[in-house]
Ligand binder design. Structure first.
Ligand SMILES: [Zn+2]
Length: 162
């Protein structure tokens, strides 16, 4: 499968069929991610394969893309590459699985909200503080100049004191 990833899937059926799901997720559908990035210039891609072990359904693969985030210092756009290798376990309610920590198993009733799951994963991967590297940030360069100017202003007084 390719193209646009469906928002809701049945991971158990996919696991039974050994499906692979590969395509794009429209950023505009991810409202929480839209709040921190420029949705017009951001992309998100998913490439997941499904399998069935002894217990839960397994979805594993890659989440990738380019997000245009706003730098918290200068508010200018800042490109942030996403490249996450992820694995998820799904189970129906009430089932237990040996060898897998319960906290890692996502209990799914009915269909899985795939977009919400992927959005969570991407949001968790973002840096706590979103900022350009100092040498790439116009605001940081400006601040450095100001500091420099301040230092030069202070110098004559320092000389007088001596
Ligand atoms: Zn910046």
């Amino acid at each position: 499968m390719s193209g646009r990833i469906p928002a809701h899937i049945d991971p158990f059926r996919f696991a039974d069929l050994g499906n692979r799901l590969s395509g794009t997720i429209p950023i505009t559908e991810l409202s929480r991610l839209c709040q921190v990035c420029n949705k017009a210039n951001s992309t998100l891609e998913l490439d997941m394969s499904f399998s069935k072990g002894d217990g839960p359904a397994i979805m594993q693969g890659n989440i990738s893309g380019n997000l245009m985030l706003a730098c918290q210092r200068c508010l200018e756009p800042m490109r942030h590459d996403i490249d996450l290798g992820s694995r998820f376990y799904f189970s129906r309610p009430g089932l237990r699985h040996n060898g897998i920590d319960d906290v890692d198993v996502i209990v799914v009733e009915g269909e899985l909200d795939l977009y919400a799951l992927i959005e969570d994963e991407v949001l968790l991967s973002l840096p706590m503080i979103i900022m350009h590297a100092a040498r790439e940030c116009p605001a940081a360069a400006l601040m450095a100049e100001k500091d420099e100017a301040k230092l030069q202003k202070q110098n004559p007084f320092a000389v007088l004191k001596n």
